[in-house]
Design a binder for this molecule. Structure first.
Ligand SMILES: CC(C)(COP(=O)(O)OP(=O)(O)OC[C@H]1O[C@@H](n2cnc3c(N)ncnc32)[C@H](O)[C@@H]1OP(=O)(O)O)[C@@H](O)C(=O)NCCC(=O)NCCS
Length: 184
């Protein structure tokens, strides 16, 4: 069963829909990324890091490519994208690259639903674990991932003037065990 084929189309009780992103979501995804990055990282690591990250990971080209490859999931409230998650391979790993929910929507379960959708993809793909990193000092993210079963594996220096990345992993059950199979 894929995210797109869930009977409810990913609608929650609050009316927020979680679904794979399409081309028309591009500006909404960019807006979530830019607004949430600024609010999260400027106080934590400063404006230079925010400018670098937005220029590297949140350009139209990068975001459109991820949408085109089917590696972006959005949470949508009416016409508004309020949260986004992206995933993809790195070597043998399945990586959750981005998980961002607009600050006004934090604490409403949107991040948990986006994470669940990404985990479902990883299980469907037959992966034995999902990995991610967050910046050292991002206490909200650390708490969120710990509550969702992730444990730290190692820390990676970002180099001069760059934040340290905290890498985490969560083991996954096999697709047979969960009854989900990749139909594609
Ligand atoms: C981390 C994040 C994706 C979680 O999404 P969310 O929709 O707020 O999460 P949920 O509502 O499903 O779960 C809430 C949990 O998230 C954590 N959390 C993190 N930041 C929070 C915030 N500002 N408000 C409320 N909860 C927050 C808490 O641990 C909370 O757990 P609790 O139930 O014990 O209070 C979201 O807060 C976010 O976008 N944060 C800023 C960007 C970021 O750090 N992203 C991760 C990058 S690696």
């Amino acid at each position: 069963m894929s995210v797109a084929s869930t009977g409810t189309r990913g609608h929650g009780v609050d009316g927020v829909e979680v679904r794979p992103a399409v081309g028309d979501d591009l500006s909404g995804v960019l807006s979530v990324g830019h607004r949430t990055w600024l609010a999260t990282y400027e106080p934590l690591v400063g404006p230079e890091y925010v400018a670098m990250g937005l220029a590297k990971w949140w350009t139209s080209d990068v975001v459109a490519a991820s949408i085109r490859k089917g590696r972006t999931i959005v949470a949508v409230d009416g016409d508004d994208v309020v949260g986004v998650a992206t995933f993809g391979p790195q070597d043998d790993d399945f990586v959750l690259w981005k998980l961002y929910v607009l600050p006004d929507n934090h604490g409403n379960g949107v991040g948990s639903r986006l994470l669940d959708a990404v985990v479902e993809r990883a299980v469907e793909g037959g992966h034995s674990r999902i990995v991610l990193s967050h910046i050292e000092g991002n206490a909200g993210a650390a708490r969120f991932y710990a509550r969702h079963g992730f444990t730290e594996t190692h820390r990676e220096s970002g180099g001069s003037d760059m934040p340290v990345s905290v890498w985490m992993e969560r083991p996954l059950p096999s697709a047979e065990a969960t009854g989900t199979e990749d139909a594609s």
